[in-house]
Design a protein around this ligand. Structure first.
Ligand SMILES: NC(=O)C1=CN([C@@H]2O[C@H](COP(=O)(O)OP(=O)(O)OC[C@H]3O[C@@H](n4cnc5c(N)ncnc54)[C@H](O)[C@@H]3O)[C@@H](O)[C@H]2O)C=CC1
Ligand SMILES: O=C(CO)COP(=O)(O)O
Length: 310
């Protein structure tokens, strides 16, 4: 098949290499290359979008007149700040694609997939999620190999939401590690982070089981335990006392959790819900708390019942 990969960053180039290993024809497009976007997609059977969240709306608007059988595969992990209004939930990247191309099959690729490890040839598994199961299975056949296992899943929105939310928790867990607070604290934060993710998921009416799959718990574990994760790196450096400005100056690549935190804080405000971890991450990023105080605030919250929805 002919696959046009939009975005030649860490993830786009890694996915392009996986598909090329399976003898698919690849066109890699990046805004830096100067090739017209419409020319890059003119032969495509599949358009794989692996750019940062901030570019998805703009790029999807630039692509007009696609044949309705072109599959759109979204690999971005974020939430759209512009669509978080009082009456609507913020849109996920695949929903922006669906709005631009209502007749095309849309698939989301998400899972514990640190690009650096995959580039090193290490094994990994992921999820291709779509309400169009045939399209999800096509993605399985394009990307699966002895070192990359692709599971199909019908819960596109749930899988995609997990990928966006875990980045916020990874910033918190990175901060905890940067402060050297130990394994018990880290485990507590990951587990309560998963509870915060499922609480948010109920707004989208997401299947509980999705949170316990590769895109949920799987990706949460990977992102919260690896120094390759940019979100974890942001948190770790905050915990070590750096400012967000210093961190962003040195960061290689995108840490989507920063913008996703801003979207979640807006959502928490609109829906009048408490998101204890995201709220502390937001304050850290806005310089209105310190790493030590953020962790202390989480520890000193009123204790409650473990599996209560609040
Ligand atoms: N690196 C990883 O391990 C993984 C990353 N992801 C997700 O993939 C997405 C991209 O991540 P990376 O490739 O790692 O980031 P990166 O920072 O390496 O690359 C981002 C790419 O997006 C492009 N881009 C940004 N804004 C754009 C715009 N307005 N118009 C056109 N292109 C634009 C950049 O030119 C660059 O090619 C993120 O949403 C990330 O969460 C998902 C799974 C794994
Ligand atoms: O999503 C990822 C791993 O699955 C990559 O995480 P970072 O964006 O934090 O590097």
């Amino acid at each position: 098949m002919h696959i046009t990969v939009i975005g030649a960053g860490a993830w786009g180039s890694t996915l392009a290499a996986l598909a090329a290993e399976n003898d698919h024809q690849i066109t890699l497009w990046s805004r830096r290359l100067g090739t017209p976007l419409l020319e890059a997609v003119s032969q495509a059977d599949v358009i794989l979008c692996a750019i940062s969240m901030q570019g998805v709306r703009e790029i999807s608007a630039q692509l007009a007149g696609l044949a309705s059988d072109v599959i759109i595969l979204s690999a971005t992990k974020g939430l759209d700040l512009a669509t978080a209004t009082v009456d609507t939930l913020p849109l996920l990247p695949s929903q922006l694609w669906q709005a631009a191309f209502p007749d095309n099959p849309i698939v989301v690729l998400s899972g514990p997939n640190l690009a650096t490890e995959i580039q090193q040839g290490l094994p990994a598994a992921t999820v291709a999620a779509s309400d169009n199961l045939a399209a999800a299975k096509t993605m399985q056949s394009i990307f699966s190999s002895h070192r990359f296992r692709v599971y199909a899943n019908p819960d596109r929105i749930g899988v995609e939401l997990c990928g966006a939310l875990k980045n916020v928790i990874a910033i918190a867990v990175g901060t905890c590690d940067g402060l050297n607070l130990g394994t018990n604290a880290k485990s507590a934060l990951i587990t309560r982070g998963l509870a915060e993710m499922t609480k948010l998921g109920s707004l989208w009416q997401i299947e509980f089981s999705t949170f316990y799959g590769l895109a949920g718990l799987g990706d949460l574990m990977a992102t919260c335990s690896s120094a390759f994760s940019r979100n974890y790196q942001v948190g770790y450096a905050l915990g070590q006392g750096q400012t967000i400005e210093q961190i962003l100056h040195n960061l290689q690549g995108t840490a989507e959790g920063i913008n996703t935190t801003a979207v979640l804080l807006q959502l928490a405000n609109q829906q009048q819900i408490e998101l204890p971890i995201a709220q502390q991450v937001g304050q850290l990023l806005n310089h209105t708390t310190t790493p030590q105080l953020a962790m202390q605030t989480l520890m000193e919250r009123q204790v409650g019942i473990e599996h209560s929805p609040d």
